[in-house]
Design a protein. Structure first.
Length: 436
């Protein structure tokens, strides 16, 4: 029982002081790796979002700049140039830039003067971006849909001024959103990561699944969080109940931010984004388990190394307690236990010598006792003879005393009897005297 308890104590203490640092290191490593990988992933997603939104911004800014340059074209501003000349110039510029679906010149009443393709349909005068340009402010429209043919477009409207600075018309460049989607569609993060954009109303303006364009993003608080700052990280759950992480960024130019207010998000499922962290966690867990088993084996072996010599000591102690003083322990540990075993062997040897000496002393004592007993017996016999003789002598004297006593007592009795008789005779003589 002692061995089991001691071994458990040794194993417990060894595991406590060996496993505790391992556990602390294990948790700190996992936390640090998770933190490091999360920061790395966050920085990666945010940096990529800033890079992609920068490319989108360049495209939008080029549209904005190209339309402004077109509004300053002398031929477009000229009152004397014919519509055919202006149309020819617009088509030449459209072919040169290659980004516009249509370029339209509108008068101040909202009527189309000329159009490069006449793909745009609808009334201009009811459009806010046209009204802004008519008031002298260049404007970019929200992403919107046109029909016949069906397209999702972005329009930029700029006022056209004559040589005197008076607004005479509005020129609008129409861009198919596919030109912008070319930038976002190519973004792939891992196997399931993708890029998309939303406006301040929370509607998709770019998304891999085109049927979702201009649909509301179904994530609670998504718009508020992404528009609370110009860049950062957002965690959300998509419509498939999948946890997502996204790095988002907005345009750097204030003018474009005010009018478009888009946010580009590079999103990736957390299960994929932090797959490497889980791999590290599994590896660390395996290392921890291997370390734990190693510590367990070492503690067990160490316990045996300490307990086995003690067990030998216990067995030898029991033998000595049973009187087997020839018991000897052979322990070679090179430590205090070996020293204890040597002391034990020395003690056992001393006990054996003491018992031998004691046995010899016992024999000598028995001889002496036997001799003294014989002497005492002889003395007792002599004493008994003397006592017998003395007893006979005393008995004789006692008998004489008894005879003397009887004689003395008889004499006394006779004297008493004589005295009584004498009193009786004296008493009988006194009445006779009186009569005489």
């Amino acid at each position: 029982m002692f061995k089991i308890v001691l071994r458990k104590k040794i194993i417990f203490l060894f595991l406590l002081f060996g496993l505790l640092p391992l556990v602390i290191t294990f948790f700190l490593t996992i936390v640090q790796i998770q933190k490091s990988l999360r920061e790395t992933k966050n920085n990666s997603l945010t940096s990529l979002a800033n890079e992609v939104v920068s490319n989108v911004e360049k495209t939008v800014r080029s549209v904005y700049t190209d339309v402004e340059l077109l509004s300053a074209n002398p031929l477009i501003r000229s009152k004397s140039a014919s519509n055919e000349e202006k149309l020819s110039e617009i088509k030449r510029i459209q072919d040169f830039y290659g980004i516009f679906e249509d370029i339209t010149l509108i008068d101040l009443d909202g009527n189309v003067i000329i159009s490069s393709t006449y793909k745009y349909r609808g009334e201009w005068k009811n459009k806010q971006w046209y009204q802004d340009a008519k008031q002298g402010k260049s404007s970019i429209s929200p992403v919107h849909i046109i029909l016949g043919p069906y397209k999702i477009i972005l329009s930029c409207a700029v006022p056209v001024k004559d040589e005197e600075g008076k607004i005479i018309a509005v020129i609008a460049g129409q861009v198919n959103m596919e030109k912008i989607w070319e930038t976002t569609n190519d973004i792939k993060i891992g196997e399931k990561g993708f890029a998309f954009m939303v406006n301040k109303e929370g509607r998709f303006v770019a998304y891999p699944e085109k049927e979702k364009i201009l649909a509301l993003a179904p994530y609670f608080g998504f718009v508020k969080e992404t528009f609370s700052k110009n860049s950062g990280i957002i965690n959300y759950t998509d419509e498939n109940k999948q946890r997502m992480i996204g790095g988002f960024a907005g345009f750097s130019q204030q003018k474009l931010i005010e009018q478009l207010a888009w946010r580009l998000i590079i999103a990736q499922p957390e299960s994929e984004a932090f797959a490497l962290a889980r791999v590290f966690q599994r590896q660390i867990i395996i290392i921890f388990l291997v370390g734990f088993v190693f510590l367990l084996i070492i503690s067990y072996l160490l316990g045996n190394k300490i307990v086995a010599p003690i067990k030998k000591l216990i067995i030898a102690t029991k033998k000595i307690a049973a009187g087997k003083l020839e018991a000897e322990i052979k322990i070679k540990t090179g430590d205090e236990i070996e020293e204890l075993a040597e002391s034990f062997n020395q003690m056992a040897g001393d006990l054996k010598k003491s018992r031998t000496a004691l046995e010899e002393s016992k024999v000598v004592l028995e001889i002496k006792v036997n001799a003294r007993t014989k002497e005492l017996q002889e003395l007792a016999e002599k004493l008994e003879e003397k006592v017998g003789e003395r007893t006979k002598e005393l008995q004789g004297r006692l008998n004489e005393l008894e005879r003397f006593h009887r004689l003395t007592v008889g004499r006394e009795l006779k004297m008493i009897e004589l005295k009584r008789e004498l009193r009786e005779k004296r008493g009988s003589l006194e009445p006779a005297k009186d009569k005489i």
